[in-house]
Design a protein around this ligand. Structure first.
Ligand code: AHM
Ligand code: MG
Length: 351
């Protein structure tokens, strides 16, 4: 038996002690996210038991059908986060515009960006899904003043400016994984439903490298990929004249689940551009950037194929980006293939 049980609250307080000027606001913000995660987790686990499955009949900003659990999770996140005075605004996959803080509540200095329930097409079939979150300080320049509502400039910041990021996976157990960046490391907490607490179960996660030989991509889109992308996957498989091979393929189709496996076991997850989706599918602000920060803080890498995800300055709240994330050596390999000139991409490789 372990000598010390560490709750997420205690862990956050311990971490905050290393910052003497910390106001406690940031810790309180993380508690509120953990509370929202518990409520969403409870509902996800009840999904087969109560009438929460099926469609609301509405369409969200991405033009996708909204499921009831998406709507529920969106409401839980907003209601858990809007009143405590930590935030100046929020951004969600489910809302086209910035979510303002209601006038009756105090305005804070953080921005929260989130995907309340990613992978929702998997809900009905009991596949693990997740919540992804990203936290920025607001931009305190001439345009944004303390106590004034959050602006686009506060939201459209590059990922390297995140002060924290993480995700919750609702799987065989519910886990919350978060980081405050490379210095703080990446820590995972498993929800003990009997006491309603997230307990530290994975301290200082490091992504394996040399990695597990695992690649994760929706290979059904092979015919729509660039020749470079096709050759990269041919390399993993050791076919069509590419050296390499010996890799396993794992693709759940639920980003948090595919990422969580990649983080713990190593490998590479890819959502590349294709002829139908030239900028990929995943969103910069609340999908790619937070997972990139987690991965980099765990010793991995995240790229859009040619540059670090964390360097991307989004032009809009719902901008999309290709994503290559996982063990650094495999993301480097992916970039090498993707940077091949078109003419050589058509020929056999000696890579
Ligand atoms: P969502 O945000 O609408 O739930 O979609 C994102 C999901 C990710 O969880 C997953 O990685 C991806 O879509 C799967 O897409 P595809 O079905 O094209 O492979
Ligand atoms: Mg999503």
């Amino acid at each position: 038996m372990r000598s010390k049980v560490v709750t997420i609250d205690r862990h956050i307080i311990d971490q905050e002690r290393s910052y003497p000027d910390a106001s406690g606001r940031f810790s309180a913000l993380l508690y509120d996210i953990a509370l929202a995660a518990k409520i969403i987790s409870r509902e996800v686990n009840m999904a087969g038991l109560i009438d929460v499955l099926g469609l609301t009949g509405e369409t969200n900003v991405q033009g996708e059908r909204v499921r009831k659990l998406d709507a529920f999770s969106q409401e839980v996140m907003v209601k858990a986060m809007d009143h405590a005075g930590h935030l100046c605004c929020m951004v969600s996959e489910e809302c086209e515009d910035i979510i303002p803080i209601p006038e009756r509540f105090d305005i804070g200095n953080y921005v929260l960006l989130f995907d309340p329930l990613d992978g929702s097409s998997n809900i009905d079939v009991n596949v693990s899904i997740g919540t992804i979150f990203s936290i920025h300080h607001r931009v305190l320049d001439g345009r944004s003043k303390r106590n004034s509502p959050g602006t686009m400039a506060d939201c459209l910041q590059p990922g390297f400016r995140q002060v924290a990021a993480g995700y919750v996976i609702y799987g065989s157990s519910t886990m919350l994984v978060y980081t405050t960046g490379v210095q703080g490391g990446v820590h995972g907490f498993t929800l003990d439903p009997s006491i309603g607490e997230f307990l530290l179960s994975h301290r200082n996660i490091r992504i394996p490298d040399p990695p597990a030989k695992v690649y994760s991509v929706n290979e059904a889109y092979y015919a729509r990929w660039s020749r470079q992308q096709q050759r990269l996957v041919d390399h993993f498989k050791g076919v069509n004249g590419e050296r390499g091979g010996g890799y396993k393929s794992r693709y759940i189709g639920s980003l948090v689940s595919d990422f969580h496996r990649t983080l713990l076991q190593g490998g590479i997850f890819m959502y590349p551009p294709d002829s139908k989706a030239p900028r990929g599918k995943l969103r910069v602000l609340y999908e790619a950037a937070p997972l990139a920060l987690v991965c980099e803080a765990a010793g991995g890498r995240a790229s859009n194929g040619s540059r670090d995800i964390l360097d991307i300055v989004p032009g809009g709240l719902h901008d999309r980006t290709p994503l290559f994330v996982g063990s650094a050596s495999l993301v480097n390999l992916a970039e090498q293939y993707l940077e091949l000139p078109d003419e050589s991409a058509g020929q056999g490789s000696e890579s």
